[in-house]
Design a protein. Structure first.
Length: 368
C-alpha cells in the first residue's frame, strides 16, 4: 500500500467487561514484566487486493487461528516494543514512536510482509493508550509496555508470503525488567550459538530471531547469568549484542565503543538515543567492531571502565560480570559506573518528561 493512502478510521468498541478497578490497583502493587494486560487491543487486517482494512479498538481477546495459518509453520511474524509513560505533570507520552513505526516497516520488508503506513501504526498505538490510559502505572520505574506486532494469518501451507496478515497492538503495565532492579547484570558469552549471519534477519525485529536465541539464553541461565551476549557468525570473534539489547563499552579515556550496525545487529532506538546524548555531552562514541579478546584484555588491564546493555524494556543495565567457558571477569568492580548512570538518568529524565526535551523525542498523546 502506498504510504500516502488515506488514514484508516478505527471502529471503537469498548470492552463491556473491563477489569474492576480494585483488581487493577491490586495488580499494580506487584508489577512484573509482560504478565498483566489491559482491557483492549488494536487490530488492523490486511488482505491481498484490499490492503489494510477493518481497523478497530476492541476488547482484548484470543484470535481464532486456523491450524494451517502460515505463521504457525513459517514464522512470518515481526514486532515492536515501546512504552507509554505518565509524566509528573499528568501527560501521557510516548518516546520516539515514529522510530518504531519506521523500523516496523523495515522489519516487514525483510520478512516479505506489507508496509503499514506510519500514521496508521501511530494511530493504533495512540488510540489503544487513550482507551486504556488508566492502565499507565505511575510508580517509579513502571510504564505501560506496548507491543505492536504483525503475523501471517492466511490458511495455506505452501511456501510463499502470506496473502493475509493481522496487525495488533496489546499493552501491558510493567515494572523493572530485571528482578534485581538497577543492580548490574551478569552475562554469558555464547560459544556454540550465534544470533544473526550476514544476509540473515539480525536487523529485523522478528520472532524467529528470538526463537533461535532461547537455547543460548537458557544456557546463560544454567551458568548463573542473567543474559547472553552473541559473537558474530562469520568469525566468532566480534561482540554483537545481547538476545534483545545492544551493548556499549566505556573506556579509560572516557570514550565509548559500541558495535556498528551492518545487518546483523538490531538498530535499537535506545542505542541511537544514547549515542546522541553521549555525543552532546562531549563524549566520543566510536561505532566500531570490538572483539571478545579485546574485551577480556581491556577488562584485565583496566582500560575498560564500564559496560552496559540497553533497550526499551530494561532501558540501561550495567554489565557487572562476564562469564565464558574458560573463566569470568568483572567490569568496574561489578558496580554500575558513573557514565552508565549519567546516560541512563539523562535518557530516563527525557522519557518521563522530567528534563527538557530539546530533541522533540517526546510524543504527547492529546486529551489523555
Ligand atoms: C528490540 C531489540 C533491541 C533494542 O531496541 P530498542 O529500540 O532500543 O528497544 C536490541 N536488540 C534486539 C535483538 C532487539 O530485538
Amino acid at each position: 500500500m502506498p504510504s500516502n493512502s488515506a488514514p484508516l478510521s478505527f471502529d471503537i468498541k469498548p470492552n463491556t467487561n473491563p477489569m474492576p478497578e480494585t483488581d487493577r490497583l491490586a495488580a499494580f502493587e506487584n508489577l512484573g514484566f509482560g504478565t498483566l494486560f489491559t482491557d483492549h487491543m488494536a487490530v488492523i487486517r490486511w488482505s491481498e487486493g484490499k490492503g489494510w482494512h477493518s481497523a478497530e479498538i476492541t476488547a482484548r481477546a484470543p484470535f481464532p487461528i486456523d491450524p494451517a495459518a502460515s505463521v504457525l509453520h513459517y514464522a512470518q511474524e515481526i514486532f515492536e516494543g515501546m512504552k507509554a509513560y505518565r509524566t509528573a505533570d499528568g501527560r501521557a507520552v510516548l518516546f520516539r514512536p515514529e522510530e518504531n513505526a519506521r523500523r516496523f516497516n523495515e522489519s516487514a520488508r525483510r520478512m516479505a510482509m506489507p508496509d503499514l503506513p506510519e500514521a496508521d501504526f501511530l494511530a493504533a498505538v495512540e488510540k489503544l493508550v487513550a482507551i486504556d490510559a488508566k492502565w499507565i502505572p505511575k510508580a517509579e520505574g513502571s510504564s505501560l509496555y506496548l507491543r505492536p506486532f504483525m503475523f501471517a494469518s492466511e490458511t495455506f501451507l505452501g511456501v510463499r508470503p502470506s496473502k493475509e496478515y493481522i496487525f495488533c497492538v496489546i499493552a501491558s503495565p510493567v515494572g523493572p525488567y530485571f528482578k534485581g532492579g538497577a543492580k548490574p547484570v551478569s552475562i554469558w558469552v555464547s560459544q556454540d550459538y550465534t544470533r544473526a549471519a550476514p544476509g540473515g534477519t539480525g536487523a529485523a525485529k522478528c520472532g524467529g530471531n528470538y526463537a533461535a536465541s532461547l537455547v543460548a539464553q537458557a544456557e546463560a541461565y544454567a551458568k548463573g547469568c542473567d543474559q547472553v551476549v552473541f559473537l558474530d557468525a562469520a568469525e566468532h570473534k566480534w561482540v554483537e549484542e545481547l538476545g534483545g539489547m545492544n551493548v556499549f563499552f566505556v573506556m579509560e579515556d572516557g570514550s565509548i565503543v559500541t558495535p556498528p550496525l551492518g545487518g546483523t545487529i538490531l538498530p535499537g532506538i535506545t542505542r541511537k538515543s544514547l549515542i546522541a546524548l553521549a555525543r552532546e555531552e562531549g563524549v566520543t562514541v566510536n561505532e566500531k567492531p570490538y572483539s571478545f579478546d579485546e574485551w577480556k584484555a581491556d577488562a584485565a588491564s583496566g582500560r575498560l571502565k564500564e559496560a552496559f546493555a540497553c533497550g526499551t524494556a530494561a532501558v540501561v543495565a550495567a554489565i557487572g560480570t562476564v562469564k565464558y567457558p574458560q573463566g569470568e571477569f568483572q567490569i568496574g568492580g561489578g558496580e554500575t559506573g558513573p557514565l552508565t548512570t549519567r546516560l541512563r538518568d539523562a535518557l530516563v529524565g527525557i522519557q518521563r518528561g522530567q528534563s527538557n526535551d530539546r530533541h522533540g523525542w517526546i510524543h504527547v498523546i492529546d486529551g489523555v
